[in-house]
Design a protein around this ligand. Structure first.
Ligand code: F6P
Length: 379
């Protein structure tokens, strides 16, 4: 009997997911004669045994579709909301894995999903993962699918904001997704010629930003575009944030669950106040420069709609490489992108590490050399 494999999509949706599902389904069926079962809504579907057979028509006409035909959720196997409680549902998932006689389970997701998938692999499932997220922050891979599409959408949006900012002589602050990394913000800012780009990897000084805008004004440019990654922090807030992270490490080391809970709450509060921070930044820039200012939050628009050609190709390559790996009985790893090739990376090397933008990254260098303000004094 041929092999049977399962697939699920977890975490925030990302353009290219359907292209990956299609590639997995088609190559598994036609190249290897495997059966493919999709689990609905991420790990929740694995727990509740909600499935769909991925074959025939279901796999047709989905290459260009945004979202995921399987649905997704941010549920974690070891912390599932069941009734009013959080419960570890790993065993139930294992039962369902066995019920379907799965030879492998493919988990498609970002950093959180890699962690959850690793846990399942340690509990005995044959797991293989694909890196997807618009944030491009998964470790050990050159790129994640979804990033290129989101980058195009954000770039197009900033292009459009330029003409209105110019006409009204305004500052337009535009908040871009990216979680705690600046790949999307820096990429879109560079591609659209934003005047200021603020990213989490480079804590900013608002006075430096205001001065850059005033200098532009003296040169006769009465408008400015400020591209801000949602996780960007002022120097003061970055210090507070890093202190919290240090405390978290300590509490983890001491296995102090109570403290860990409190710190997690504070970190969560920090995250939910990000949009307020961008709003504050917008009004402070108005005050400091005398230019009228407006804030645009691109939000979930960046994740919606049809994937770019680059993302369709990437997701297809990763999908087929993943099935090849299963056929070769390679498990406990992520299919990573290395230039034009793919590579299997053990999951323990992927989890718990966020791919940040290095300070000497070519994008940072090019931004500075083209006179873009990154929120810090330049020498
Ligand atoms: O990880 C993808 C992402 O879009 C981040 O850029 C953003 O911070 C987050 O998801 C938003 O999450 P949600 O869809 O749960 O609001």
């Amino acid at each position: 009997m041929g092999k049977c494999i399962g697939v699920l999509t977890a975490g925030g949706d990302s353009p290219g997911l359907n292209a990956a599902i299609r590639a997995i389904g088609k190559s598994a069926l036609s190249t290897y004669g495997m059966r493919v079962i999709g689990f609905r809504d991420g790990f929740r579907g694995l727990m509740e045994n909600r499935t769909v057979q991925l074959e025939g028509d279901i796999l047709s006409g989905i290459l260009t579709l945004g979202g995921t035909i399987l649905g997704t959720s941010r549920d974690k196997p070891h912390k599932m909301p069941v009734g009013s409680k959080m419960q570890d549902m790993t065993e139930v998932m294992m039962d369902n894995y066995e019920r379907h006689h799965l030879d492998a389970l493919i988990c498609i997701g970002g950093g959180g999903t890699q962690k959850n998938a690793y846990r399942l692999s340690k509990s005995g499932m044959n797991i293989i993962t694909l890196p997807k997220t618009i944030d491009n922050d998964v470790a050990q891979t050159d790129i994640t699918f979804g990033f290129d599409t989101a980058l195009s959408i954000a770039t197009d949006a900033i292009d459009r904001l330029h003409s209105t900012a110019h006409s009204h002589h305004r500052i337009i602050v535009v908040e871009i997704m990216g979680h705690n990394t600046g790949w999307l913000g820096l990429g879109a800012g560079l591609a659209s010629g934003a005047d200021v780009i603020l990213i989490p990897e480079i804590p900013y000084d608002i006075n430096v930003v205001a001065e850059a805008i005033r200098r532009r004004r003296h040169r006769g440019k009465n408008f400015s575009i400020v591209a801000v990654s949602e996780g960007a922090l002022s120097k003061e807030n970055a210090n507070k944030y890093n202190e919290l992270l240090e405390k978290k490490q300590k509490a983890k080391k001491n296995q102090d669950e109570k403290k860990l809970g409190k710190i997690a709450e504070l970190l969560q509060q920090f995250k939910s106040s990000q949009t307020n921070n961008t709003l504050r930044l917008t009004s402070m820039l108005e005050e400091l420069t005398g230019l009228e200012s407006r804030l645009t939050i691109l939000g979930h628009l960046q994740r919606g709609g049809t994937p770019t050609a680059a993302d369709r190709i990437l997701a297809t390559r990763l999908g087929t490489a993943c099935v090849d790996a299963i056929a070769a009985k390679k498990f406990g790893c992520m299919v990573a992108v290395r230039g034009e090739t793919t590579q299997l990376v053990p999951l323990e090397k992927v989890v718990g590490v966020r791919k940040l933008i290095p300070q000497n990254h070519p994008w940072v260098k090019s931004a500075l050399e083209t006179g873009t303000c990154l929120g810090q004094e330049t020498k």
